[in-house]
Design a protein around this ligand. Sequence first.
Ligand code: OKP
Ligand code: ZN
Length: 317
Amino acid sequence: MKIIYSKKHKKHNPPFEIYDGVKESYAEKADRIEGIVKTLREKGFGKYIQRPFRFPKKYIQAIHHREYVRFLREKTQSLKKGNVLYPSYFMMDTYTPLVSGTYHAAIESVNIALTGAKYILQGEPVIYSLCRPPGHHASEKSTGGYCYFNNAAIAANFLASYGNVAILDIDFHHGNGTQSIFYDRSDVLYLSIHADPRKRFPYSSGFVDEIGRGDGKGFTKNYPLSLGTKNSTYLRVLEKTIQDIENYSPAYLIISLGFDTYAHDPIGGFKLTESFYSTIGKTIANLHLPTLIIQEGGYNTKALGGLAYNFLNGFIK
Ligand code: OKP
Ligand code: ZN
């Protein structure tokens, strides 16, 4: 399996996030991706593409407003090394600061997703795009939840000109950005399994009555689950989403993959076990669709490599 990775993400290194006015250490650390690569390499898993292709800005502009893209570029470039910018217009929360390297890292993360999509078009059955920063909370004109550009949405929109796309978002948090971007469209199906939004970020979306609008009605589906959810319940719900995808019969599948569903994730709240990730991978692979796997969250830096290995191994078996 080809794994798309770039070391440019390291330039995005916010020192802290703010939670109700209190500074906390930044959960979305560079070590997350480094840990995954290190473990997979030790296990001899994957063929690494270390230089993603570069793509014209039009693919980002198809999803994000131009003034938003300009804001991110100009703001981060005006920051001196070590400076941090917290909320203003275009920024939805206090978890998603700008530092001097943020724009370049976020652009590279999009390149990683689009490179994966390009390989899928060329006939690869499955690609793992190790995106960082993540993307699924970024909407048309807003950062949020550690996300700047919506990598999965940009890749999905790119693939959608060749055939319908299903996005299955299995990060612990609801992908409000991705949902919003495709809310009116029927050529991209958005499905998400996540923690009850009344209890966890992003709080204001991810409920079952959000089903899409206009042409998009019926092409968004949310599966919120209680905190404490275990393997067996999760698997039953995952199987429902597999059925939804089969009914839709897309040409391509994108997985927004988060490992913050793991029992020992520092900001999660489900109880999924390490070995269960191979079941998740295998269950999704049974669809036999060309599949682009996009990394979203997952914050237990020591465990991430093992979780990724189990998921990918389950997928190819
Ligand atoms: C991003 B992704 C903990 C508060 C964290 C923000 C969560 C962002 C999740 N101090 N709240 O979906 O994994
Ligand atoms: Zn998450």
